[in-house]
Design a protein. Structure first.
Length: 715
């Protein structure tokens, strides 16, 4: 059967990348499989704990307690708080004291004061010989013996010394307390001297600054005149405000003229209506003629009450009115030039006002600068005076604090005895055993992580992108001697997994009408013959006339599986045309299943498996059998399988769980794809119980239910 002409096989889909997630079951089973490592580590941890407990030397702990004094009420407290540098007021300060007591430098002070480098008792307790008793080494040993602990929510500090000599522990604990109190007094004395010197220097510096500021104030008053400064500022501000108002008024009048100019230019002969425009009416000539015309109108009104229209006086007034109206009309006819002239005058006034405002603003800035200078000098003078008074006051307070002898720390409880201490045996055992247990688990997981073999269904699918179509469990001890499990243990879990494999392959999406099936692996000893032979048995049990072909011509195993011996003739003889198929095919004890063994050892397997020879054998076999199962050689060992693959409908790759490296599986799949053969799926073989998603979900005791050994298949 030529796979290149098979139009029923669709192209292989691209593998879908799967996001890898942590499966904690893998790590659990990794630890269970290597439980002996964990047990060995626990045993070694127990031995280590026992040896350490047997070597433990009795130590003696002496404890002294320091008490941090509270601030006492005092009339001078509010002022003295500012100059008492050594006053302890917060938890942070207490922790600072604790850190000081733990420090190496403090241990050096005590070592030097007590001359511990010459004390034989201390040197013996510290394990230091007189020849090696250097001050640095002695101080380091003392620091390792001491401990300072702050009691939470109290003002107490525990000083603890642990040595092999009880009297030495008591001596050193009390020495720590005495030395710290001495240290506090030294620091307070140094702080008081430093504060006095600093305050004297500050007082002298501020006195000089006060003289400078006073001289600057006097010079300013003589130059500017302190009494007229506010009047100058007020006058300058009023002048700026007045000019600003005048500028605004001029701008307003210009805008009004612009508006009236637009009306005048748009006027078509109605000259008298121009008198209603404010800008026109406000012009001097227009206002003069208008007032004259109004006066004569009033005179005419009075004369009309006394005289008739032909009276000389009436006619005279009437004539004057006409002349005045005529003059007014002449002026109004030239209203555009009149308003433009007025606008030019206003622009000149606006420029003059702008210049005046700039001068007034400059004057205001000048006065303001002088005011700022004045107030700056005044503030400096007042600040220097206030600082100087404060320094003088604090000098007096420092003199008072020199008389205070009370320490902020006192010995609350001196060390009077040392208690023997030994490490808790129970705690030591628990810590050692737990540490050993953790080390054993970590070592087991590390070995598991270094193992690159395929272990679970999820793992192989994520790594290769190829689906696992069957997970074959590892054979139990009772069935391990049987190879054809599908026939001899039909009610078992392994046989059920092969029936699931049969369903998966006969209905596979790549070729639902597949008749030929190829089983191969990447390396030898992965169980491909075991899987192919049992798969052939399940096909025969389903009623198909099945032929099992052992195509591994280099290391055949099919004949041993079915007959317990190597039988001839077989595939080698068929390919060499030395016998007919009817003579090479052998029946088995299973109904419907026949076997074509590998036959005799072929000197040139690759040459025998040529395209024409194998196509002839496959076509003849397909004419006589419903299904053909081919067991071929490992892919990475020889190239024989790559010659067989083009003649097969579906190819499956057998992978041995916890045995086949991942890279080998990837290389095998790549080799198949180079021949345009995409694996129909992977078979994860010899999977231990409970490993991997597929087997754990479908074949474990929890989910197998009534379909187990005593289920639907009987006893």
């Amino acid at each position: 059967m030529n796979k290149e002409t098979d139009t029923k096989t669709p192209p292989a889909p691209n593998p879908i990348p799967v996001q890898e997630s942590i499966d904690w079951r893998e790590y659990f089973h990794a630890v269970v499989d290597r439980l002996w490592i964990v047990i060995l580590c626990v045993v070694l941890g127990g031995i280590y704990a026992g040896v350490n407990l047997s070597k433990v030397e009795t130590k003696y702990l002496a404890r002294a307690v320091l008490f941090i004094e509270q601030d006492k009420a005092n009339v001078l407290d509010s002022k003295m708080e500012q100059v008492r540098d050594e006053q302890i007021r917060s938890i942070d300060m207490i922790n600072t004291v604790v850190d000081l007591l733990r420090s190496y430098s403090f241990a050096q002070r005590i070592s030097a004061r007590l001359k511990l480098d010459q004390d034989p008792r201390f040197l013996a307790a510290a394990g230091i010989s007189a020849r090696d008793a250097f001050p640095e080494r002695v101080a380091a040993a003392l620091s390792s013996m001491s401990a300072a602990v702050y009691r939470t929510n109290t003002r107490l500090i525990d000083l603890m010394i642990t040595t092999a000599d009880p009297n030495l522990s008591v001596k050193l604990a009390n020495a720590y307390c005495d030395e710290y109190i001495r240290y506090v007094f030294e620091r307070r004395s140094e702080a008081s001297k430093s504060a006095t010197q600093f305050l004297l220097e500050e007082a002298d510096r501020l006195s000089k600054k006060m003289r400078v500021s006073e001289e600057a104030m006097q010079s300013f008053r003589e130059r500017e005149g302190d009494a007229s400064l506010e009047n100058m500022l007020s006058s300058a501000q009023a002048q700026v405000s007045e000019i600003s108002n005048r500028q605004a008024e001029i701008e307003k009048r210009i805008q009004l003229i612009d508006s009236d100019l637009a009306v005048v230019r748009a006027n078509k002969g109605a000259v008298e209506e121009l008198l209603f425009l404010p800008s026109v009416a406000a012009e001097p000539k227009v206002a003069q003629y208008s007032e004259s015309l109004n006066n004569r109108q009033r005179e005419l009104t009075l004369l009309s009450q006394r005289y008739r229209a032909k009276h000389p006086a009436y006619i005279s007034i009437k004539t004057q009115i006409d002349l005045t109206r005529s003059d007014l009309r002449k002026v109004l006819n030239d209203a555009v030039n009149l308003l433009e002239t007025a606008r030019s005058r206003l622009e000149i006034q606006a420029n003059e006002a702008k210049i005046a405002r700039e001068k007034a603003t400059a004057r205001l800035l000048e006065v303001t600068d002088k005011t700022a200078e004045y107030y700056q000098i005044k503030r400096e003078q007042e600040a220097n005076q206030a600082f100087y008074n404060s320094i003088v006051s604090r000098l007096g307070e420092v003199d008072i604090t020199k008389q205070l002898t009370e320490s902020p720390v006192r010995i609350h409880e001196p060390a009077v005895g040392a208690a023997p201490i030994r490490p808790s045996a129970t705690k030591t055992w628990i810590q050692s055993l737990l540490g050993a247990l953790a080390a054993g688990i970590g070592l087991a997981i590390a070995i598991f992580m270094l193992d690159t073999s395929i272990k679970t269904v999820d793992q192989v699918e994520q790594f290769t992108g190829v689906n696992v179509i069957a997970a074959i469990p590892r054979l139990s001890l009772s069935t391990r001697a049987s190879v054809l499990v599908a026939n001899e243990e039909r009610s078992g879990i392994v046989a059920e997994s092969f029936r699931s494999l049969r369903a998966s392959l006969t209905l596979h999406r790549l070729n639902e009408n597949a008749r030929t099936f190829l089983f191969t692996s990447s390396m030898p000893s992965e169980g491909k013959t075991f899987c192919s032979s049992n798969f052939a048995v399940t096909l025969a049990q389903q009623g198909f006339k099945t032929l099992f072909i052992d195509a591994d011509l280099r290391k055949p195993g099919g004949s041993i599986v079915f007959y317990g011996e190597n039988r001839k003739p077989g595939l080698s003889e068929l390919l060499m045309r030395s016998c007919a198929m009817k003579n090479a095919v052998m029946p088995t004890h299973i109904d419907g299943l026949s076997v074509l063994t590998a036959g005799g050892r072929a000197p040139n397997p690759s040459e025998l498996l040529t395209y024409e020879n194998l196509e002839r054998v496959m076509n003849e076999a397909l004419s006589k059998y419903d299904r053909i199962v081919v067991d071929s050689a490992p892919l990475l060992a020889v190239s024989d399988t790559l010659l067989v693959a083009p003649h097969i409908d579906l190819c499956t790759l057998v992978v041995r769980a916890f045995g086949t490296p991942r890279k080998m599986v990837a290389r095998a799949i790549k080799s198949l794809e180079e021949t345009k053969t995409h694996p129909a799926g992977l078979i994860l073989n010899f999977l231990p119980s409970g490993r991997g998603g597929y087997y754990a979900y479908y074949y474990s005791g929890k989910y197998y239910g009534s379909y187990g050994a005593k289920g639907v298949y009987g006893e």
